[in-house]
Structures are given as C-alpha cells and as structure tokens.
Ligand binder design. Structure first.
Ligand SMILES: Cc1ncc(COP(=O)(O)O)c(C=O)c1O
Length: 422
C-alpha cells in the first residue's frame, strides 16, 4: 500500500507542528492532560477546519441554485470540496458523493443496487466488518438475495481468503469488505479481493472509514466500484463521502425526489447538504497536503502532497504501535486481539482491541477516562466480530486507537496507568 514516489524520501513527522494544529489536544481532565485514543470513533480537527466551517457560516451561508453571491459561493465551496476529495481518493471530482455519514450513503447504494437484484443472487460480506457494511446489504434479503459471510482466522483476526474464494461464484453480485477493521485493526488485502470479485462479475464495495487516517487510498489502483469513508475519522467534520465509478453513479437508479437533478453525482445527494461541513472537508484535505509538504517540500501537486503525508504518518504510527504492543504484552492478564507478530505490523492499523482479566472493558475505559485517557469499550458496531470472538456478552473489547497526533510519551503514560489499574 505504500506509495512509491519520490515522497519516499520524506522526513520524519513534525509532531510538534501537528499537535499545534489541533486546539482540542490542549485540554485537561481532572488535572490530567487529555489523551485522545478514541480516533477510531472520531478524530480531533485542526484549527483550519474549525475556521473553514465558521467562515462559511459567517460569509457564505446560503442554499444552492440562487442567482446571488452567497449561493454561488456555496456552489464553489462544494465544487472545491469535490476536487479535494478527488485528490484524497485519486478519482474525478464528479465521482465524489457527499452524505451525512458512511452508513446513510451505504443504505442509499444498497437500495439502488437492490433494485437490480433477483432472488438467488448473492452478496458476500465478512465477519470482520463494521455493521454499516453489513446491515444495508442484509436488508436486501427481503428481496430474496442470499447473504454469505466470509470467515475469519480467529488467531490473528484476518480474513480467511480461501473461504472468500470458495464462497465467490457467478451468483455473487457484490462483495462488500472493509479496508481495515475498526475493532482489531486488520488491514485487508482489498486490491486482491476487488480482483477476485471482478473475476466473478461481482461489484466491489469498499469501506475505507477506518483506514483513511492511516494510509493512502487510491481508488484507481484498487479498481473498486465504490469506496466509502467518513471525514470525521480523518481530522475533518462529521460527514460521509462516497466514491462511485462514474458509470455506476449514472446508470443505477437512486430513490430521489423529482426536482433533484438527474446528473451524477448530484442525483445521489438528496435535499440540502451540510455546506459548512463540506467547507471543512477541503480544509481537512489541505491539512494532509500541508503535512506532506512539510515532510517533503518538493512535492508538486495536492495528491502527491497527500501521499507524502501518508509516507510520514505510517512509520511514525508504526513506531508508536510497536511501543504500545510490547508494553501491553507486559500487562498481567491482558489479551491482545489481531496481528501482533512484529514482522507483520504493516498488515494492521494502530488500533488495538484488548481485554484484561478482572475488569470489564467498560470498567477499564471508565478508570482510564478519569485519568484523562479517552478509549472506547464495547463492540463499536463491529458486532459480528465481537459475537464471533464470543466477547459480546462480556462487554466486548477495550479499544485503544492511535493516530499521528498521539505521542510516544502518551503511550508510556497509558501503559503506566494500565499497570496501576490492574
Ligand atoms: C469501519 C467503519 N465503517 C463504517 C463506520 C460507520 O461510519 P459512519 O458513522 O460515517 O456511518 C464506522 C464508524 O465507526 C467504521 O469504523
């Protein structure tokens, strides 16, 4: 997944600069510095995103389609954000659809695809996925569609690709799979899965929500038919974004109001969008680009700058993750889920699900929360996985999620707090 451009000469991540961008990181809880380990649930935003949202509301607040300045500015804001997401995902701006969140966008696409499916058609899903990439497809069972689930290897929480190959057939119409697991961090071989899906004439629908803050996304290289992400997971506002191949966005039939344009991508965006958040999306993508330019000043365009940012983020996150994993393994009674082999850490995100004997995940999260560490407990909607691993009835997992604004010092303090708690 690593981009192989001259951006590989990237300098180390400038963490001090990064942290200075995010005003919320300076908060304290009960006198303790706040440590945001809840990125997988939603990341913090840089000041420029806050400014872009406020500036839109202050100066451009209007609906689209009006014959006056603020309405035209609003249209320009949306056009700019489509171009920004086009650079982020490596697609054309008219292949970018905005929506309230990934879940809503996925229901929109599943309903439209469902109109073309018949009884006996099959959809392949995985036990590793977030429920937002399961329930919208399961809803098509009422049309007689058969859902088949790909198994996982419980030892390391990876997908069982042999099972996936066995379950693919010419009845398969769509394969929906996550790029990375929001619970256990596994990065799936999505390029290979897209290839297999296409070999059988099936569409490939990729959930990149969890992967997006951690690495580069290139829908052209993946060849996927659709890919969804949520900007609030990668330092932007609470919105969802869908990439769809131009032909699909034009050919499929959305449920929409008559007055809404029939041109793609607008035909997938019903009603009034969240314009202020869309303004924030451009700022969020520009944050990535600036981060990239800081680590590699010679990059030419925004896409290359985004790849340079990913090149700086990945080794930094990896070093934090190595430190965290080896420290967690010293904690008595702790079970760590997912890949732990140091040689395979490039196959996972720095999102760690653990259980510690003697405390429920909620008890652990509460004790950590009082000390200023923001972690998550439960299933985080990866409910198929928590049931599959038989932890659902016991409170799921404690999830510790690192992103590039976290520091080695925060990891050390977290480990010390956990040692104290147990
Ligand atoms: C992997 C994954 N997919 C989908 C979603 C749902 O995203 P949204 O809240 O934008 O609907 C989440 C949210 O946690 C997620 O982590």
């Amino acid at each position: 997944m690593m981009p192989t451009t001259h951006a590989e000469t990237a300098a180390a991540l400038d963490v001090a600069w990064v942290r200075a961008q995010f005003p919320s990181l300076a908060q304290t809880v009960n006198g303790h510095p706040a440590v945001f380990l809840d990125g997988p649930g939603g990341t913090q935003v840089p000041q420029r995103v806050i400014d872009a949202i406020a500036d839109y509301l202050r100066r451009n607040n209007a609906n689209t389609g009006g014959a006056y300045a603020t309405s035209r500015h609003t249209e320009a804001v949306i056009t700019g954000a489509r171009a920004a997401m086009g650079d982020f995902l490596n697609c054309a701006p008219d292949e970018v659809v905005f929506g309230p969140n990934m879940t809503t966008l996925t229901f929109a696409i599943s309903r439209a695809i469902g109109r073309e499916l018949r009884a006996g058609d099959e959809i392949l899903l995985t036990h590793l996925d977030h429920d937002a990439n399961i329930s919208p497809w399961r809803a098509l069972e009422e049309r007689g569609v058969t859902i088949r689930m790909v198994e996982i290897n419980p030892a390391d929480c990876t997908l069982d690709l042999d099972d996936l190959r066995r379950k693919l057939s010419n009845r398969t119409k769509l394969v929906a799979v996550g790029m990375a697991s929001n619970a256990v961090g596994t990065i799936n071989p999505v390029a290979e899965i897209v290839r297999l899906a296409h070999q059988h004439g099936a569409l490939a629908y990729i959930d990149a929500v969890h992967y997006a803050p951690h690495g580069p996304i290139d829908v052209r290289a993946l060849g996927c038919d659709f890919l969804v992400c949520s900007t609030y997971k990668f330092f932007g506002p609470h919105m969802g974004v869908l990439y769809g191949k131009r032909d699909h966005l034009a050919r499929l039939h959305p449920y929409k109001v008559r007055a809404c344009s029939n041109a793609a991508p607008n035909r997938w965006e019903w009603g009034t969008l969240n314009h202020e958040c869309i303004a924030g999306i451009t700022a969020c993508v520009d944050y990535f680009a600036d981060l990239g330019r800081r680590s590699n000043p010679v990059v030419a365009d925004r896409r290359t700058a985004i790849l340079a940012a990913c090149n700086a983020i990945q080794p930094y996150e990896r070093s934090l993750m190595e430190k965290l994993i080896s420290g967690l393994q010293e904690i008595p009674g702790l079970k760590l889920y997912g890949i732990t082999d140091p040689a395979r850490l490039d196959q996972r995100c720095p999102t760690l699900a653990v259980r510690i004997a003697g405390d429920t995940p909620l008890e652990l999260a509460t004790k950590l929360g009082e000390r200023g560490f923001f972690t998550w407990d439960g299933n985080y909607y990866a409910i198929n996985l928590s049931e599959h691993l038989d932890v659902e009835k016991d409170g799921g997992f404690l999830r510790i999620g690192l992103v590039h604004y976290n520091t080695g010092e925060e990891v050390e303090r977290l480990l010390a707090a956990l040692q104290e708690i147990v």
